[in-house]
Design a protein. Structure first.
Length: 537
């Protein structure tokens, strides 16, 4: 339900509250809130807690002779309030409203309700004194900062824009600005669709799970303009993604994030308004796109190379698999069929963690923000299927498709029952290779061997669906054409469907699009950290 609450705010913009008891429920909810924390999604978490009288241990509390132990954990994770008296509710609502509706750093607000406070009456309550939902209206960066940034832009022809999650609300401004100065744009996992896929300035994702074109543009640019990004290790290859960069311009409303890199001109303010002002100054100074023709042509050639590589993956759609003992789809070909079908029917896609996520980031061809939702912050297994439940809670729900690997699905299969109970109209597509293939791939790449990431237990998904009343089973088939027909059948069904798609896995990597970045993991750590120490940024 923590994931469903996060998806409800993320996909539909509705502000939910998750309520659970003290003990294991609160622990699980806290774990699930990591997705909201790392992706900047504002939700309320309301937990039970031990009594304020401390008359003895309360059932399920942490066994420690110390007060407010749960509240201390949530205070570390985010912002927390222990309701010590019923009269505190006015302050609780005021503080919580700021946290969950923060314009650029939203996240969960944890409210702890002691067992003896929960049933207590609030005396002399004045509803008019309760706060309204705050509305924040941030302005652009200061004019002197904008002028200084224009000075920097004028010095370089090879410019890349790194557009993170904080740039999603300013997609139109990012596009116009990139076009006006001739900059290439690379995106993050949670900013899919910020630029139309075929746009000549768009070079796709950069970072550990990045693309050939995205990582090339990032590595070859002399100036990096970071927009709304917190520079997580996987988006800039643990700090070594910009190997040719001499300077940085960073646009962000958070002081800690805007000053992350050395040699940075900091523009602190609203992303969209700052880009508009910066674009105006660049235009007045004659800083246009003509100077970057060679740069765009160079990166465009790399984008074509990336497109050709993907096309070869899609063409090699099926292979014989050792586990299935027959020809089955490769994951890239399966994902291509899924994303094309979703795009043609305007279906929002929820991608789960693991190999499905890493491949989907490179296969998706979104043209608008919101067509794909992927937990690029925490990569929490089980988010996808759980997120479907949000489409039963939303005031105006859409048909939604969650795409999970078999490993991620089995983290939270009970979400199917919740979805059926509350009337979800959507589909779960399970890409089944009987392993945690992203971890297998890392093990193979880092150490040349795999260990305990697959199983020999076959699951009959058709029988599983028969055992759950109301769950519609669809066989995904063994070819792109059969999978498209299966998706059409699921889409026509009024209710919740499970589409089961066997996919191939092999240790040489031909069943995956592949990854083209580095980060400080496994045997790469020493090399990556040595290179980072030599970086000037």
């Amino acid at each position: 339900m923590a994931h469903a609450a996060t998806a409800l705010r993320w996909q539909y913009g509705e502000v939910p509250a998750l309520v659970t008891s003290i003990g294991p429920g609160a622990m699980l909810a806290l774990a699930g809130s990591l997705t909201a924390i790392t992706n900047g999604v504002g939700v309320y978490h309301i937990y039970g807690d031990e009594t304020t009288l401390r008359e003895g241990y309360n059932f399920q509390q942490i066994r420690k002779k110390e007060q407010q132990t749960f509240a201390k954990m949530t205070a570390i994770a985010g912002e927390s309030y222990f309701v010590h008296t019923p009269a505190a509710m006015r302050d609780v609502l005021r503080r919580g409203a700021v946290r969950v509706n923060h314009p650029n750093n939203a996240g969960p607000f944890y409210i702890h309700m002691p067992m003896n406070i929960q049933p207590a009456m609030i005396q002399d309550i004045n509803l008019a004194a309760f706060p309204e939902r705050p509305e924040f209206d941030l302005g652009p960066a200061a004019q002197n900062q904008i002028e200084a940034a224009a000075d920097v832009i004028a010095r370089y022809d090879r410019v890349v824009i790194k557009a993170g999650g904080g740039a999603r609300s300013a997609a139109a401004q990012v596009r116009r600005f990139a076009e006006s100065i001739g900059a290439t744009v690379v995106i993050s996992p949670i900013s899919q669709g910020l630029m139309p896929d075929a746009h000549p300035n768009h070079m796709h994702i950069s970072g550990t799970k990045g693309t050939l074109s995205g990582n090339y543009a990032a590595a070859q640019a002399e100036l990096v303009i970071v927009i709304g990004s917190r520079a997580v290790c996987q988006t800039d290859c643990s700090g070594i993604g910009y190997t040719s960069a001499k300077e940085v311009i960073n646009i962000n409303a958070e002081v800690e994030d805007v000053s992350h890199y050395n040699r940075t001109t900091c523009l602190i303010g609203d992303v969209g308004r700052t880009l508009e002002k910066l674009g105006e100054v660049c235009a007045m100074r004659g800083i246009g796109a003509a100077r970057a023709e060679a740069w765009l042509k160079e990166c465009g050639a790399k984008k074509k190379e990336w497109a050709d590589l993907r096309a070869r993956n899609y063409a090699n759609a099926t292979r014989r698999d050792e586990i299935w003992q027959r020809e089955v789809l490769t994951q890239p070909a399966a994902l291509k069929a899924i994303v094309d079908f979703a795009k043609s029917h305007n279906i929002t896609k929820l991608f789960d963690a693991g190999d499905v996520q890493s491949n989907s980031l490179q296969v998706c061809e979104d043209d608008e923000v919101g067509q794909s939702i992927s937990d690029g912050g925490a990569s929490f297994m089980g988010f996808g299927v759980s997120g479907l439940v949000a489409s039963a809670i939303a005031d105006n729900p859409n048909y939604t498709m969650a795409i999970s690997g078999d490993g991620s699905f089995w983290m939270n299969p009970q979400a199917l029952i919740d979805g059926l109970e509350h009337g979800v109209n959507g589909a779960l597509v399970v890409l089944d290779n009987r392993r945690m293939s992203s971890i297998t791939g890392l093990q193979r790449k880092q150490y040349g061997a795999e260990f305990q990431t697959s199983d020999s237990v076959a699951v009959d998904y058709r029988s599983l669906c028969r055992a759950i009343s109301g769950l519609h089973f669809v066989d995904g088939g063994t070819s792109p054409e059969e999978l498209r027909s299966a998706l059409a059948e699921a889409h026509a069904h009024k209710g919740l469907s499970l589409v089961h798609v066997p996919v191939v896995w092999d240790h040489v990597g031909s069943s995956s699009v592949g990854t083209y970045g580095r980060w400080n993991i496994g045997v790469q750590v020493e090399d990556v950290e040595r290179e980072y120490r030599n970086q000037v940024l």
